[in-house]
Design a protein around this ligand. Sequence first.
Ligand SMILES: NC(=O)c1ccc[n+]([C@@H]2O[C@H](COP(=O)([O-])OP(=O)(O)OC[C@H]3O[C@@H](n4cnc5c(N)ncnc54)[C@H](OP(=O)(O)O)[C@@H]3O)[C@@H](O)[C@H]2O)c1
Length: 275
Amino acid sequence: MKKTQLAFIGAGNMARSLVGGLIADGWDAALISVSDPDEAQLAALRSRFPVHTETRNRELVESSEVVVLAVKPQVIREVARDLAEAVQTRRPLVISVAAGVRAADLQRWLGGNCALVRCMPNTPALVQSGATALFATETVSDSQKDVAESILRAVGLALWIESEDLMDAVTALSGSGPAYFLLVMEALQEAGEALGLSHKTAHLLSLQTAFGAAKMALESSEDVATLRQQVTSPGGTTERALAVLEDGGLRELFNQALTAARDRSRELAEQLGAA
Ligand SMILES: NC(=O)c1ccc[n+]([C@@H]2O[C@H](COP(=O)([O-])OP(=O)(O)OC[C@H]3O[C@@H](n4cnc5c(N)ncnc54)[C@H](OP(=O)(O)O)[C@@H]3O)[C@@H](O)[C@H]2O)c1
């Protein structure tokens, strides 16, 4: 699998993270090519990784078994249409990391009947701690699924979903999710400062507590509700605080927030897919 000729279209944040993760995972840099119209972006990438770069997208597609579309959703239609002829001739596995761009729209722009995997990574992928959902169209083989999964696993967790409709729920949970946790950390920091802690102390305690809670939960075989009960002593401080959060309707607020994000994700997909 690590012998696969791999092309990235777009040399921005996501491509840089994926290339870095893949090389750290043992992927041969000589098999990785990246194209971008901006020579400065390509030079920045070459200064970090010994990959081949190119300013012409089509050249790369013609020589690659796997093509990762890593451009912004706003330009992906134009990029895909430009690549359609080369994709139809070479028939690579195409992996899109573009948020909110549906597989059917991409298929249409690429000329149809492509082996296509649509992914929804999130921003912590930039620090190799992402959470990505993947959806494969019917023409993707099991070995191509393995390749797609191994590429996204280079920047964190990679999970398959069976129905593309669920991608809007994924967007609401893990796509937008880093901001929810950042808001909670911000609120904890402010509340700590209101209780007299210095800004720096409240900031560091808030971040390390979030990190520690996630690490504990990831390393445990218990579910999060059980873990929460285990750290909540009857009559203690945590129980008092959690009662305030539950009485304030925290769970219902998250229900409403994720539903709002899911609905917005659908609207954006409609807009991106128009034409
Ligand atoms: N960053 C994240 O955390 C994140 C999370 C989830 C999903 N994604 C998805 O990942 C994709 C890339 O995001 P990003 O953050 O990496 O964006 P980015 O940093 O802006 O990278 C996109 C790159 O594509 C280049 N580009 C523009 N037009 C092109 C063309 N015609 N051919 C080839 N390259 C072209 C851009 O060049 P210019 O700068 O010169 O325009 C830029 O270098 C997006 O679709 C986004 O939805 C990103």
